[in-house]
Design a protein around this ligand. Structure first.
Ligand SMILES: *Cc1c(COP(=O)(O)O)cnc(C)c1O
Length: 359
């Protein structure tokens, strides 16, 4: 038998959603935090047009896309790197800055791909407790070890949907040793941008990275495009371990057109927030515990893991898929992506029916 290296042999497969509806039931997936609506028509057109030049390799510097991001966010173009999804950027960061001698520290319920990527770098993965499903800066600072090389958080966070204010992020950065790389994953940043608490200036400190993605508010999950703002020397190290042709011509063109259509993206955020608000209010009125969210999903907390599982099965039997959260220590919770009005109405109805049955 051909044997893989030991740390790969030990890994379990990355758990993506299992989406097979029962026979005769239409699949409604509220499980992957995809946007409830198609991307901007401009992005669709630009991505399609770009296929005409698909015989050529893509621009390895993502020049047009970076220039647009730099202008919109008022950040230096030279610090921007684009990834095949922000997952690629996370993976590259771990490859370059984590190792068996440089451990990774994250809050308890952090986005699980951080753990997978740390594993691939053979780094130890330490966790710090959260307070009521919210990142605790004090707990993180207390958990720093002499060999901690990276601290990563998502803000707003996935799967909890909670966020911490900019002042707390500053306190985290100031409390960490200067040699620790802080990764702030803002995959849902656009949903919170209205709060006007930008963090991009933190990158100037030289030891902080901000990650963003086109997969959520821009509705381009299928194009695989993410980006981040990096200190210059971190960016040059990451470049070495990155696939130099990572973003297809279609992805670059679609992402560029999406950035240039800020109106559409902001409208997506506003519509998402309205759908999220009415879904949350309705469930709370029926006695469910729904965490306040700053993202395109909500976390529903049940009394027990058994109750969450039972509700999940009841929904699945009707073709409705939320996301169980046992993998991040929240087995009493289900995460529901904000879908369209019809999807949210059906999810609420099924949950209410389940609760009424007193399961
Ligand atoms: C969805 C998500 C990502 C992955 O984004 P891609 O750009 O699609 O790779 C990264 N981080 C968090 C916290 C996410 O929820």
């Amino acid at each position: 038998m051909i044997r893989p290296v030991p740390h790969v042999l030990d890994m379990s497969p990355y758990a993506l959603a299992d989406l097979s509806p029962p026979k005769g039931k239409k699949l409604i997936s509220l499980s992957q935090n995809e946007s409830f609506r198609a991307p901007s028509p401009h992005a669709i057109a630009a991505g399609s047009e770009a296929l005409a030049s698909a015989h050529l390799y893509p621009d390895p510097d993502w020049s047009a896309l970076r220039a647009a991001l730099a202008e919109i966010h008022e950040i230096p173009e030279s610090g921007i790197l684009c990834g095949n999804g922000s997952m690629e950027l996370i993976e590259c960061l771990m490859q370059a800055y984590a190792s068996p001698d440089l451990a990774v520290l994250a809050p308890d319920h952090v986005y699980p791909f951080f753990r997978t990527a740390a594993r691939m770098a053979r780094a130890r993965f330490d966790s710090a407790p959260e307070t009521d499903c919210t990142v605790s800066i004090d707990a993180l600072l207390q958990a720093v070890q002499p060999d901690t090389g990276i601290v990563c958080i998502a803000n707003p966070a996935n799967p909890t949907g909670t966020r911490i204010p900019r002042s707390e992020l500053t306190r985290l950065r100031e409390g960490l040793p200067g040699h620790v790389l802080l990764i702030i994953d803002e995959a849902y940043g656009e949903f919170a941008d209205l709060l006007n608490e930008t963090t991009f200036d933190m990158v100037e400190r030289g030891n902080t990275v901000i990650l963003r993605t086109f997969s959520k508010a821009y509705g381009l999950a299928g194009m695989r495009a993410g980006w981040g703002l990096f200190p210059t020397d971190v960016a040059s190290q990451i470049r070495k371990v990155m696939n130099p042709n990572n973003l297809s011509v279609a992805s670059q063109a679609a992402a560029l057109a999406a950035v240039l259509d800020q109106t559409y993206m902001r409208e997506t955020c506003a519509l998402t927030s309205a759908l999220r608000g009415s879904f949350s209010d309705r469930l709370r009125a029926s006695g469910f515990d729904v965490l306040e969210s700053f993202t395109n999903f909500v976390l529903i907390r049940f009394d027990t893991a058994g109750a969450a599982h039972s509700a999940d099965l009841a929904l699945q039997s009707e073709g409705m898929f939320l996301r169980p959260q046992g993998g991040v220590g929240l087995s009493h919770c289900l995460r529901a992506t904000v879908g369209d009005h019809e999807g949210m109405d059906k999810a609420a109805k099924l949950l209410e029916r389940w609760a009424g049955e007193g399961t």
